[in-house]
Design a protein around this ligand. Structure first.
Ligand code: ZN
Length: 455
């Protein structure tokens, strides 16, 4: 493959910001320094721009396949939106049927992704259904480069009872894998939902009350107790409450092998946004639900100080039509929000530009920590010699408006519609190849590769 030189950009890693040229050969970064004079086959002028490691989004659904609705991005559309958003690696989920083996469901996802993903990819394996028949597969999958196993503490049909959860935790620890968890007390959420529906309080505004903060707080407390007893490396998805984040921060200080993420929706909206316009409320229906304004505002500090090391998206979009079909019954609105394309401009604008988080810490949560925690490191997650040349050139001064229809997702609705943001991913580079430049796709075929992950 040919050489690529990126000249004059301000490069940002998780621990430093520096001006340098970056020379890429055969898909990898081979030299970083001033005035790299080599006559590369291609030179990109990055003066006035930031050069960041490509985004790693460890929580996307392309698609989420269960329930009354299937979310509408597939691996092709979802990863194309990712590329336009500066994301160069994703982890989706293989979700088996009740009796289906992990290997069988993974095989189907690998087939879907092969020659169909625009960015590099891997999968978490979801443990559900008859899990006692499936746990023997765990050690082999860890060794094959699939070390992360997703479990649910909520959703009928998905949640595990605690006996199964403990068995799985022990099995994963013995296999040197990790568990990632939807940590939310589903019994409480289901009870409050059914009571609210039975009373006939079906307006979308009621979604603000049926998955209260205590669902997350209780589940985090219980889960952390189990981690303390068993020592299983664990990652908690989509943290939305300050008290839930505080429990995680305390456990991390204690040295427990625990990491966690939050997502833009929990930082930018609150349950007050469910009141008012029912269409807007429907677009914000997701699980866990949005919490109080105090939670929304307080989460930033846990994100800034690294207690929540990862910023992910839980990308799970539905069309406007799907989202608005059941405004007469909140419990039937499909839960999920698109996010893979907007993580960079939203959190750069609301976090970095507003002084809530440093640029270095942004890079850390955007790329470095997800790469390290989920086993992409030391190939992805940093601008360093020997790393894959997965890079995004970002114009920090460009102003634009978010419109779902411009973002290459299949959905035509986002809760951020018409938001003004600062900063635009101008060029996305995957293993040295320019994928997207100035709003244009620059390759003809999806060239994303499966990446083996090793913890
Ligand atoms: Zn999810």
């Amino acid at each position: 493959m040919s050489q690529l030189l990126i000249k004059g950009g301000k490069c940002a890693n998780s621990n430093c910001v520096f001006e340098a040229d970056i020379l890429v050969d055969d898909g990898r970064i081979v030299s970083i320094g001033e005035n790299l004079g080599q006559s590369a086959d291609r030179v990109i002028d990055a003066h006035g721009k930031l050069v960041l490691p490509g985004g790693v989004d460890v929580h996307v659904h392309m698609p989420w396949p269960k329930g009354d609705y299937i979310s509408i991005d597939d691996i092709n559309s979802g990863t194309q939106a990712a590329a336009f958003g500066g994301v160069t690696s994703i982890i989706d989920f293989a979700i088996p049927d009740d009796e289906e083996s992990l290997e069988s469901s993974l095989g189907k996802k690998l087939e879907e992704a092969n020659s169909n993903s625009w960015v590099d990819y891997s999968f978490h394996l979801n443990l559900r259904g008859d899990v006692r028949k499936k746990i023997d597969e765990i050690p082999g999958l860890v060794q094959a480069g699939f070390p992360s196993f997703k479990v649910f503490m909520a959703y009928e049909g998905f949640r595990l009872d605690d006996a199964d959860l403990l068995l799985i935790m022990d099995t994963i620890r013995q296999a040197n894998g990790m568990m990632n968890v939807h940590s939310e007390n589903g019994y409480l959420a289901d009870y409050l939902t059914s009571q609210t529906v039975a009373k006939g309080d079906l307006d979308p505004r009621n979604y603000a009350f049926v998955r209260p903060a205590q669902c997350e707080i209780e589940a985090n407390y219980r889960l952390i107790s189990y981690i303390r007893a068993l020592g299983t490396k664990t990652h908690i998805h989509h943290v939305g409450t300050v008290k839930g984040a505080a429990l995680i921060a305390e456990a991390r200080r204690e040295g427990l092998p625990l990491s966690a993420e939050t997502c833009p929706q929990y930082l930018l909206f609150s349950n007050e946004d469910y009141a008012g316009d029912p269409e807007k409320a429907a677009h914000l229906v997701c699980a866990p639900s949005l919490k109080s304004p105090q939670d929304r505002d307080g989460l930033w500090q846990y994100l800034a100080d690294g207690s929540l090391p990862v910023l992910a998206t839980d990308h799970c979009p539905y069309s406007k039509k799907q989202k608005e079909e059941h405004l007469d019954d909140f419990s039937r609105i499909p839960g999920g929000i698109g996010g893979v394309a907007t993580r960079l401009p939203l959190i750069f604008t609301e976090g970095v530009a507003k002084g809530r988080i440093s640029l270095e810490r942004f890079v850390d949560m955007w790329s470095t920590q997800p790469a390290k925690i989920f086993g992409f490191y030391p190939h992805k997650g940093s601008i360093d010699i020997g790393f894959d040349a997965d890079l995004v050139i970002f114009d920090p001064t460009a102003k634009s408006e978010i419109h779902a229809n411009d973002l290459h997702m299949k959905t035509d609705c986002l809760p951020y519609e018409n938001w003004e943001v600062l900063g635009l991913p101008v060029t996305t580079i995957l293993r040295g190849e320019v994928l997207v430049e100035q709003g244009q796709l620059k390759v003809n075929e999806p060239g994303g590769k499966l990446v083996g992950r090793y913890l």
